[in-house]
Design a protein around this ligand. Structure first.
Ligand code: IPM
Ligand code: MN
Length: 358
């Protein structure tokens, strides 16, 4: 297969982890006989520094022409500590989501047997967790207007907006995934308070009838936040709006004990973007110590979701599992013993793929 991807390393540790994911991607393509072409472009703080725009037009054009986008991370302490900065790296991410129509963010949360001791929760609670959060990504309070300050500057406001259409497409997508999994869907909202949530529930209740094989439950977001740490194994597919999804997926991501392990896919209208769920970890930038696995597993999702090549994704996962088993891990995962650098872990996984007999 011919594959044409855009590579956006972004800020902080982005370039280091994306380089490793790209090596693994190239190794997989070689092994399975795919023809890979890729181009790199700027996004985030580095793009602001270069041209004053966190999501430059050239970057957007490149993404539009690509079958998939491999993304690192954005963000810089320079902006985090300056609330009055007019242009911020995060705006780049938000406009990329909007302009590429990336309406669904998919975050699978699974445990790695050998890393369970890293979880802040008890092993018996975490064991066997296998859930998928589907977060609506281009609507809600992130994008609703009006947003701003009153003239006297003493009042600020955001607006949460959802249309029936926006809810329908994400709920259908969630059912599609539920059908391929354990056939259970939890719709998370705050319908006891919010009007948008009541529309979510109304729409979901209608769609529910089209998927009789799936068991659907409705849960308020505060309760969901609680149940997620009490009994994560009870969840299969969770679907929710943008802001609730932002918060719940951060919560879900640490259940397994290793934020550095979790990939995500943002799918939508024009192309799809694959990225680790962790941020740009500026303290580690340039030190060759960051864990590249979340980005490498994002490449696995890219093969599966963007190119419909499950065996390629599977081999990446196998290689990652093997690296953990062999103790070839970065410092965040080390038990005692030796720790390895970003590039050493990446090279080990790449070699595993190169040496694998199909
Ligand atoms: C995420 C991030 C972003 C979000 C920020 C960086 C704008 O937290 O991808 O979850 O809130 O969506
Ligand atoms: Mn977030």
């Amino acid at each position: 297969m011919k594959m044409n991807i855009a590579v956006l390393p972004g800020d902080g540790i982005g370039p280091e982890i994306v380089a490793q994911a790209l090596n693994v991607t190239e190794a997989i393509c070689k092994k399975f006989g795919h023809e890979l072409t890729y181009k790199q472009a700027l996004v985030g703080a580095c793009a602001i520094d270069e041209c004053g725009n966190p999501y430059p037009d050239e970057t957007h054009e490149l993404c539009m022409q690509s079958d998939a986008v491999l993304f690192g991370a954005i963000g810089s302490p320079k902006y985090d500590n300056n609330p009055s900065a007019k242009i911020r790296p995060e705006q780049g991410l938000l406009s990329m989501r909007k302009k590429l129509g990336l309406y669904a963010n998919i975050r699978p949360v699974t445990t790695f047997e050998s890393l369970i001791h890293k979880s802040p929760l008890r092993t018996d609670i975490v064991k066997g967790t296998d859930l998928m959060c589907i977060r609506e990504l281009t609507g809600g309070i992130y994008f609703g207007r009006p947003q701003g300050r009153s003239e006297d500057n003493n009042t600020a406001y955001d607006t949460c907006v959802y249309t029936r259409e926006e809810i329908e497409r994400i709920v259908h997508l969630a059912y599609k995934y539920a059908m391929q999994r354990r056939k259970k869907l939890t719709v998370v909202d705050k319908a006891n308070v919010l009007c948008t949530s009541r529309l979510w529930r109304e729409v979901a209740q209608k769609i529910e009838k089209q998927y009789p094989e799936v068991t659907t439950e409705y849960m308020f977001v505060d309760n969901a936040a609680m149940q997620l740490i009490q009994w994560p194994g009870r969840f299969d597919v969770v679907v929710t709006e943008n802001m609730f999804g932002d918060i719940l997926t951060d919560e879900a991501s640490v259940i397994t004990g290793s934020l550095g392990m979790l990939p995500s896919a943002s799918v939508g209208i024009y192309t799809s973007v694959f990225e680790p769920i962790h941020g740009s970890y500026p303290q580690a930038a340039g030190k060759n110590i960051a864990n590249p696995i979340a980005t490498i597993l994002s490449a696995a999702l890219m093969f599966e979701y963007a190119f419909n090549l499950p065996n390629e994704g599977k081999l990446i996962r196998k290689a990652v599992d093997a690296s953990i088993e062999a103790g070839i891990v970065t410092e965040d995962l080390a038990k005692d013993g030796k720790t390895y650098s970003t590039s050493e872990v990446g090279e080990w996984i790449t070699n595993y793929v190169n040496n694998y007999q199909l």
